[in-house]
Ligand binder design. Structure first.
Ligand SMILES: Nc1nc2c(ncn2[C@@H]2O[C@H](COP(=O)(O)OP(=O)(O)OP(=O)(O)O)[C@@H](O)[C@H]2O)c(=O)[nH]1
Ligand SMILES: [Mg+2]
Length: 429
């Protein structure tokens, strides 16, 4: 049980149904639900499991069990009851009528967490859209707490703003958001085209929620900021004027510049609607040259979490990219033997994001696995720089365009390292 000192946490009772399915462990699943509740600023006071042959279409659980929950809520001073699956509008309404507490299902809970975490404009719009679509058929069941100020879990939009409750307003808002998203997509395609011209390799961090993706990203950026103090790498700043903020600049030990992007964490039983909604933000994964699959090695459900991530990556059609599995939080593992089945990784690396040396090892692993990219470039090499010209002739297929006053004009596909090295000689840069 989670003990919290924060008085403001909502008191939550969680409920799961065990249908005895193979490959499904109700205890693991509820443990994860408890972590999700915590992430949504709730505190789990009690858990209930009901074994059933099938889900009750009217109440999800049995009607008798619902009455039992009502009593628990009264005795334990529970604010909110969270169910481990998505509930139909009718189930929510019926449960509310009996239990007389706020009823939240797994989908709504996950939407709530995503609403808190979405940071980009697009991510926020996508979450809000998914929330409004979820809410539309459930307005009757969700009663008055939806419109209440500070209604807690399940009532907050991105940035904690209050979500719309009027049906006609919701429909108009859905239209409005969909239009905004179409525009963002257009802009993104234009930006991507610009980026493809410079063609820096992209590394995407993917993995289960709480695995340590953002921590690793921040450590890599920090390391690079330390390098940057001694080096003036104006090239980047210029490139970055045209990039999304979700893509950050970094450099490998050999000087190769690359872009790195964080993604939203995956969770199991991710509602299908939300997977669709998030395909947009996960689009960077589709354009990545290498995936860092971050896993929390200290988590009991390591294998389940890795499989969940791989299922989503399979869905996105990206399993053929180079993948490095990063087993993070090794400081918490101790002597425990890790049991998992990692079919898709090209390399596995074990580390602790908090350790700077480990981050250096990770950068080396990226360097080894990152496919080299070549960039179509036109250079003008001054006549007094014959050494550069001969280096390029020795290492590339070169097409001589012209001999002009400033030097020899050549066309060549440079590796990104050389692109950076000879940046000063690029024509019309
Ligand atoms: N002990 C330990 N804790 C870590 C390590 N790396 C990250 N953490 C902690 O794990 C928690 C989650 O880290 P995040 O970087 O936010 O995880 P994330 O994968 O970005 O999570 P989502 O954004 O929710 O998907 C934080 O409290 C980190 O401080 C590690 O190597 N060791
Ligand atoms: Mg994160």
């Amino acid at each position: 049980m989670v003990i919290s000192n924060e008085k403001s946490r909502e008191k939550v009772l969680i409920v799961g149904v065990d249908l005895g399915e193979r490959n499904f462990n109700i205890d693991d699943s509820l443990e994860e639900l408890e972590e999700l509740v915590l992430a949504a600023n709730g505190e789990v006071i009690e858990k209930l499991i009901q074994k059933r042959e099938k889900i009750n279409p009217a109440y999800y659980i049995g009607k008798g069990k619902a009455n039992e929950i009502k009593n628990y809520c009264y005795e334990l001073n529970i604010d909110t009851v969270v169910f481990n699956d998505e509930l139909s509008p009718a189930q929510i309404k019926n449960l509310e009528n009996i239990i007389e507490r706020k009823i939240i299902d797994r989908t709504n809970l996950i939407l709530d967490i995503f609403a808190k975490r979405a940071s980009s404009k697009e991510g926020q719009l996508q979450v809000e859209l998914a929330q409004l679509k979820y809410r539309l058929p459930r307005l009757v069941g969700l009663r008055d707490y939806l419109s209440r100020e500070g209604g807690g879990i399940g009532t907050r939009g991105p940035g904690e703003q209050k979500l719309e409750t009027d049906r006609r307003h919701i429909l108009r808002e859905i239209d409005n958001i969909e239009r905004q998203l179409r525009n963002i997509k257009k802009t993104r395609n234009i930006k991507r085209k610009k980026r493809e011209k410079t063609d820096l390799p992209i590394v995407a961090l993917v993995g289960y929620t709480n695995a340590g993706k953002s921590t690793i990203l921040n450590k890599i950026i920090e390391l690079n900021e330390n390098y940057d103090k001694n080096k003036k790498v104006f090239v980047y700043d210029m490139l970055f004027a045209t990039l999304d903020i979700s893509l950050r600049k970094a450099e490998l030990p050999n000087g190769q510049p690359f872009l790195i992007t964080d993604t939203v964490g995956f969770v199991s039983k991710l509602p299908t609607d939300l997977v669709e909604a998030f395909k947009g933000t996960l689009e960077e994964v589709e354009y990545a040259d290498l995936l860092l699959h971050v896993v929390d090695a200290s988590n009991e459900n390591l294998d389940l979490q890795m499989n969940t991530t791989y299922d989503i990556l399979k869905d996105l059609n990206v399993l053929d990219k180079p993948i490095i599995s990063v087993f993070n939080k090794m400081d918490k593992v101790g002597d425990k033997k890790l049991i998992y089945d990692d079919r898709y990784a090209d390399e596995e690396i074990f580390l602790s994001a908090k350790n700077g040396k480990d981050i250096n090892r990770l950068l080396e692993a990226i360097q080894e696995n990152l496919p080299i990219k070549y960039i179509d470039t036109t250079l003008i090499i001054p006549y007094d720089k014959q050494d550069i010209l001969s280096y390029i002739f020795d290492n590339y297929n070169v097409e001589i365009i012209d001999h002009i006053d400033e030097g020899t004009e050549i066309k060549v596909e440079l590796s990104s390292v050389d692109y950076k090295r000879y940046f000063n000689y690029i024509k019309n840069r």
